[in-house]
Ligand binder design. Structure first.
Ligand SMILES: Nc1nc2c(ncn2[C@@H]2O[C@H](COP(=O)(O)OP(=O)(O)OP(=O)(O)O)[C@@H](O)[C@H]2O)c(=O)[nH]1
Ligand SMILES: [Mg+2]
Length: 484
């Protein structure tokens, strides 16, 4: 039987810790949390029912192989899922290209908004006095102010894109979740243009574009989903503003302002300002790599079914796989537990490059510390005692460039001591720490599987996923006594 979520004390239930409300919660935040918890309970009950139905169904045929992706927000779970789909369900993946075009466009608009906000803050800041210790902010000159004004139509572009993705608008619970996700009062949410793009997995946003050309995935050509002649297509405005966006991104004052605020946009999720020519071209369709780089926050649990085939002594055998992708934001972690008692494997992602960052939803909590807490909870959870847990130390590419730029791991992880501040030493050190936690906290001994990954890099990721697939298929068949 799947487990029901019960209220338990922090000592009894390690997961209660990761779902606990933040310290100093305001009345408004409490209100949103109560709505979310009520909804989470309904969702949990619905999941339990669904899982019971599936189990009854599975008794009639071979059990599917189940894999759960876990980790904090922006750790790379959905990107790992995209890699699985690209490898083993490429037709469906490519049919979604038109939908991802809209997400890439939203990502571009969001990066520009971040810059425009930085400029606005510099414009309203009081002039510096002779007593200031910090260097004076660069002046926002007329040219930059004009550029900012010319880019204001992008607010409308964002609205149009959101409307297309969610023609019926976000439902109330999505809006409540967004408020929680962004720490912005519910009432102010619609006016906030900087919120992160997030669509609930239950919202059929990918189908919006499919419906235009019918549902036949086999013959689906995603380019047909776009009306290239439509003058109100957001791509037209983005194309018209491309030179201004490029001028903004290459402006020296902008770069200085971003530096002063430690905003490393190049390393942020959904960064496309380095390829504006391509993404603002009139006939832009995202490549596979762009789809992997596109950022869309996950709000619900989504299940993806993929048929996998494996060659063996007894010929090739195929099995249904179910891969579950969850939202990693703190307020969404309560939805993880109902999936725990029935998983073959968990892929746990820790973005090690986040060692110098804090959680957006809990600014007092370091992101690496949060991942370590989560890892400890997961490996020590009794329901997962017999589940394979595979660790991805992810975002190795960003980790490398951060360390090379002089950001020191020891400044955030004291125990790192005087070891060299390079990728090899840093990643090996963290790998040993995670291995030690697993050894110490697992209810019974288990093998430590760990990979250093950059899941936006297709080639290296696909080699790792192919190995994982073979390993899980082999174990599955062994358990089912189909191979000796
Ligand atoms: N440079 C780089 N970017 C990455 C890597 N892994 C993921 N990303 C990007 O980081 C962003 C966040 O990744 P997601 O896969 O959406 O993260 P998630 O864990 O699903 O996050 P939630 O849905 O909020 O729980 C996306 O824009 C990815 O393209 C990586 O290894 N390197
Ligand atoms: Mg996700």
């Amino acid at each position: 039987m799947p487990t029901k979520i019960r209220r338990r004390s922090l000592e009894e239930d390690p997961l209660a810790y990761i779902c606990a409300p933040p310290d100093g919660e305001t009345e408004e935040q409490r209100h949103v949390r109560v709505i979310l918890e009520k909804e989470a309970k309904q969702i949990s009950d619905a999941i339990d029912e669904q899982l019971s139905r599936e189990k009854a169904q599975e008794k009639k045929g071979p059990r599917p192989v189940k894999v759960l992706l876990l980790g904090q927000s922006e750790s790379g779970k959905s990107t790992t899922l995209k890699n699985f789909q690209l490898m083993y369900d490429s037709k469906a993946f490519r049919a979604e290209r038109a939908s991802w075009r809209a997400i890439v466009q939203l990502n571009v608009v969001r990066s520009i908004h971040v810059i425009l906000d930085v400029i606005t803050r510099a414009q309203i800041r009081r002039p510096t006095t002779g007593e200031d210790v910090l260097p004076a902010s660069p002046i926002v000159d007329d040219e930059l102010a004009t550029l900012k004004l010319r880019l204001s139509p992008l607010i409308r572009v964002e609205e149009i894109l959101m409307q297309r993705l969610m023609p019926n608008g976000p439902d109330k619970s999505d809006a409540a979740r967004l408020a929680q996700l962004t720490n912005i009062p519910y009432s102010e949410l619609p006016r906030n243009v900087n919120r992160e793009v997030a669509v609930h997995s239950a919202n059929p946003w990918k189908d919006v574009f499919k419906r235009l050309v019918g549902n036949d995935t086999e013959s689906f050509d995603s380019e047909k989903a776009i009306d290239w002649e439509d003058p109100s297509d957001p791509g037209v405005v983005l194309h018209a503003l491309a030179d201004d966006m490029k001028a903004l991104w290459s402006n020296r004052t902008v770069q200085t302002l971003l530096d002063r605020q430690n905003l490393r946009l190049q390393e942020a999720a959904g960064f496309f300002l380095d390829c504006l020519d391509e993404v603002t071209s009139l006939k832009y369709m995202p490549s596979d790599d762009h789809i992997l780089r596109a950022r869309l926050k996950t709000l619900g649990v989504s299940e993806h079914r993929i048929k996998m085939t494996s060659g063996g002594m007894t010929g090739s055998i195929s099995r249904d796989w179910r891969i579950y992708d969850v939202g990693g934001h703190r307020s969404l972690r309560a939805a993880w537990a109902p999936y725990f008692d029935d998983m073959h494997s968990i892929i746990f992602l820790c973005p090690i490059s986040a060692f110098d960052q804090v959680l957006a939803e809990e600014p007092r909590l370091n992101r690496l510390a949060d991942s370590v807490n989560l890892w400890t909870m997961i490996v020590s959870h009794k329901l997962l005692a017999n589940t394979n847990i595979i660790l991805f130390l992810n975002k190795i590419d960003i980790m490398k460039s951060k360390l090379e730029s002089g950001i020191r791991l020891v400044d955030y992880v004291n125990s790192y001591g005087s070891r060299p501040n390079d990728l090899e030493n840093a990643s090996n050190y963290l790998r040993k720490k995670f291995a030690g936690i697993q050894r110490e906290h697992s209810p019974s001994s288990r093998v430590f599987y760990c990979h250093m990954t950059t899941v936006t890099d297709r080639k290296s990721t696909q080699i790792i996923l192919a190995n994982i697939k073979d390993m899980l298929m082999h174990q599955y068949l062994e358990d089912a006594s189909l191979i000796p």
